[in-house]
Ligand binder design. Structure first.
Ligand SMILES: NC(=O)c1ccc[n+]([C@@H]2O[C@H](COP(=O)([O-])OP(=O)(O)OC[C@H]3O[C@@H](n4cnc5c(N)ncnc54)[C@H](OP(=O)(O)O)[C@@H]3O)[C@@H](O)[C@H]2O)c1
Length: 240
């Protein structure tokens, strides 16, 4: 009843580690060719190597998504190597935490430049082909902080609320072109962004794993093109 995603092409930002890496590898396992974007080339190379073991093409572009020119060049490169994206996963992001008055203005700005403008730049570069093809999937990784503010997350939460608004508005514009645009709103996932490198292995098991999110996204992408879940919160069952 659903659709086969085997043979499709996905561009994934933040694919060097964490949720992006797990998603790239899960999609590769499903036969999806993957274009991998993040700043750290060594991490992208490792992920690409592993993805290719599933028999798909994997291409990397080490760029900063907050830079519009770099993003446009990256998307041109991926188009040449893999063809245009049928799936875009806007996953790259940074966490900025602290009391409102303790976060420096530069940190606020950077949070928006990566989390909001990065998502905007990638979408702007990829969307015209999706419109031409009258099909496509854009998944924006927001956060539970994109729906609810909590103390210590003013910058992060504001950036994710912005992603939320942009996604909802764009979805209303392009659903007529059969393009599905939706957010995921995970609570804590055991990655470097949430826990740094300090979390010991035992504790990590209590929280959602990047692979859980990868599986969830893959399931959504396999839904029949006539349906999508436009927003969803992912929670760990028992993180106590
Ligand atoms: N972990 C959680 O608890 C959680 C919960 C809800 C939502 N999220 C969201 O999930 C997404 C992925 O987070 P994660 O936990 O997997 O984090 P992570 O492990 O820190 O990975 C983040 C990825 O984004 C890339 N990235 C960061 N800034 C970038 C930039 N300017 N240009 C290109 N790539 C950039 C990083 O690579 P480089 O540093 O090499 O560029 C890395 O590959 C984020 O949007 C985050 O807000 C996470």
């Amino acid at each position: 009843m659903g659709q086969d995603i085997h043979g499709k092409t996905a561009y994934i930002t933040g694919a060097g580690r964490g949720i992006g890496k797990a998603t790239a590898l899960k999609l590769a396992q499903e036969g999806v060719h993957v274009g991998l974007i993040a700043r750290t080339e060594s991490q992208l190379k490792q992920v690409a190597e592993e993805a290719r073991t599933y028999g798909v093409q994997a291409s990397i572009v080490p760029v900063d998504i907050s830079n519009l020119n770099q993003v446009e060049a990256a998307v041109q490169h991926l188009k040449k190597e893999l063809g245009p994206a049928q799936i875009l996963i806007n996953n790259a992001g940074i966490g900025t935490y602290g009391h409102f008055l303790e976060i420096e203005p530069e940190e606020w700005k950077k949070t928006f430049e990566i989390n909001v403008y990065g998502t905007y730049h990638m979408t702007r570069a990829v969307l015209p082909h999706m419109i031409e093809n009258n099909a496509g999937d854009i998944i924006n990784i927001s956060s539970s902080s994109g729906l609810k503010g909590t103390a210590g997350s003013t910058a992060y939460s504001a950036s994710k609320f912005a992603v939320q608004g942009m996604t909802e508005a764009l979805m209303q514009e392009v659903r007529r072109e059969n393009i599905r645009v939706f957010t995921l709103n995970p609570s804590l996932v055991a990655t470097e962004l949430a826990f740094g490198e300090d979390l010991d292995d035992q504790d990590k098991e209590k929280y959602m794993q990047p692979e859980d999110l990868a599986e969830y996204m893959t399931a959504q992408l396999k839904l029949h093109p006539r349906i999508f879940i436009k927003q969803s919160l992912q929670w760990a069952t028992n993180p106590f």
